[in-house]
Design a protein. Structure first.
Length: 159
């Protein structure tokens, strides 16, 4: 066990944990942040995705000690009900979710993608999201929502 500081959603918190423990367990079990989900535990589905220093990271295979001073952002830190991230807003408008289990991964991955590539084409978006899974088959509405958000974010940057 070790004492580990984690900067999550703008707040530094200390936990006692095995350094090899996945970041996902620290977020869910130690910090009570339940947006990142356990899907496969093998970096295959994306349900556990969070941002570390702006990069989309699969927290199920990221040792908590590997985060270091990195700034972790979860879905709860991306936007709020009062001030949602454009992708969160578009998800609601497009009525994307079915069971909702996968949503965290798609939104966090898409948000990092649009941040790093504000001019992402449809092809870029499809490619960037290709490693994610949705068992409910909401892929087409996900793409509509992400493209809607991408267009709005681009318009805001120009304004
Ligand atoms: S739970 Fe992490 S990628 Fe599936
Ligand atoms: S909405 Fe059910 S797994 Fe994607």
């Amino acid at each position: 066990m070790a004492r580990i500081n984690l900067d999550v959603n703008g707040k530094v918190q200390t936990i006692d944990a095995d350094p090899d423990m996945p970041l996902l367990y620290a977020l869910r079990n130690d910090l009570g942040l339940n947006n990142p989900h356990f899907g496969c535990g093998l970096a295959q589905c994306g349900a556990c995705t969070v941002h570390v220093d702006g990069q989309a990271v699969r927290s199920c295979v990221t040792p908590v000690s590997a985060v270091g001073n990195g700034k972790v952002v979860t879905l709860a830190g991306l936007g709020t009900p009062e001030k949602p991230h454009p992708i969160q807003k578009a998800y609601v408008e497009e009525q994307v979710p079915q069971c909702g289990y996968c949503i965290n991964g798609w939104i966090m991955t898409a948000a990092a993608l649009l941040e790093s590539n504000p001019r992402a084409t449809d092809e870029d978006i499809r490619k960037g999201l290709s490693g994610l899974k949705c068992r409910c088959g909401t892929h087409m509405s996900i793409l509509r929502a992400v493209k809607l958000a991408a267009g709005r974010m681009a318009a805001e940057r120009k304004a």
